[in-house]
Write a protein that binds this ligand. Structure first.
Ligand code: AFP
Length: 330
């Protein structure tokens, strides 16, 4: 790469924002890129700084919060709440929706996020990520309310994730394709590395937790068998246990990620608002699809901010096949 074709995320965001834009959405994405750099720096030092281990809290999902989750949550809230661009937030780590404190100016957007997805992988040095979605407020004249936060994925104006892996990558879409930026650690800049990402026509992977396969319903078992026995294309099974990492690998190489319902998880495990919907939005922007087995994940209006949903997401034909198998269950 020569210096003349290096495009930073800031440059790309400014160049691609529509003429009528006021820069608010661009500003939020840039704030998230900054949060990503801070979280990435801390993640890299996690093994050294004794920030691993459990914080004292149990989060509202009943999972023990790891210290890095708390840190990432705090960084995102602090960096974005005073920007004047948001009027509400939802975080996986906070029980209620988060209003913008009255001392700060309010903006027109709602930010929903999972600060550190895959956090049970932190202490074994495996890729983790941040997922985010951005909605427009329903009523510009108000300061933001719960209803603003309960919008279906179809109304997202932007979504993305940051993957803390061998490199740190920020991948986002604001409705004009999916673009990926890799953090150059020596420059401290996200550089455009993957423009207009599309799922390859020939997928390579399927990603399910096989520990629960035997406990799945007959149509789900039949679907997984179909994936396993497919010959053209031949799929390899890979499962990280961090949805961001599984999704990213499948986006680049093609494939399907699934977390269906199971007897112990009647609603699945993945959260609709700040995990499934943003990734389904990216999937559609990249030519793929996300479903709960019956409906597009983007059409489901959340009833509460932490709602769980079964998920199948990736190459469209692999995901639609899940719908076909599940239709036989009815
Ligand atoms: P954690 O953030 O608690 O590690 O959960 C991650 C996650 O929600 C998602 O990122 C993974 O795909 C999924 O859980 C893995 O769950 P299993 O361990 O049950 O397969």
């Amino acid at each position: 790469m020569t210096s003349s074709n290096i495009i930073t995320i800031e440059r790309f965001l400014l160049d691609t924002q529509p003429d009528y834009a006021r820069g608010e959405l661009t500003g939020i994405l840039y704030d998230l890129a900054l949060a990503a750099k801070i979280i990435a720096a801390q993640t890299r030092r996690a093994g050294l700084l004794d920030i691993l281990g459990f914080a004292d809290n149990i989060n509202i999902q009943g999972e023990e919060q790891r210290k890095l989750d708390v840190f990432a949550d705090d960084v995102i809230i602090r960096l974005t709440q005073r920007s004047g661009r948001l009027c509400a937030m939802v975080s996986e780590e906070q029980e209620d929706w988060i209003p913008i404190p009255s001392e700060y100016r309010k903006g027109s957007y709602i930010l929903v996020f999972d600060p550190l997805d895959g956090s049970s992988n932190i202490d074994t040095n495996i890729s983790i990520g941040t997922i985010f979605g951005i909605y427009r407020t329903l009523d510009e004249s108000q300061r933001g309310c719960l209803q603003d936060c309960l919008q279906p994925g179809r109304d997202l104006v932007a979504a993305g994730y940051i993957l803390y892996g061998t490199s740190t990558m920020m991948v986002y879409s604001a409705g004009q394709g999916v673009h990926g930026f890799t953090l150059d650690p020596s420059w401290g800049e996200f550089i455009l590395s993957h423009e207009k990402i599309r799922f390859p026509d020939t997928p390579a992977y399927f990603s399910f937790n096989h520990a629960i396969t035997n406990r799945l319903s007959p149509p789900l078992k039949a679907y997984i068998d179909w994936l396993r026995n497919l010959e053209k294309p031949l799929l390899t099974h890979r499962y990280v246990g961090s949805m961001v990492a599984d999704f990213h690998r499948n986006l680049i190489h093609g494939g399907v990620f699934g977390y269906p319902t199971a007897p112990t998880k009647p609603d699945g495990k993945i959260r609709l608002l700040y995990e499934a919907a943003p990734l389904a939005y990216l999937a559609e922007q990249a030519g793929g699809f996300g479903t709960d087995g019956q409906h597009s994940l983007l059409e489901i209006k959340p009833e509460n901010i932490h709602q769980r949903v079964p998920v199948f997401i990736g190459n469209r034909f692999l995901v639609e096949k899940a719908q076909t198998f599940l239709a036989s269950e009815e």
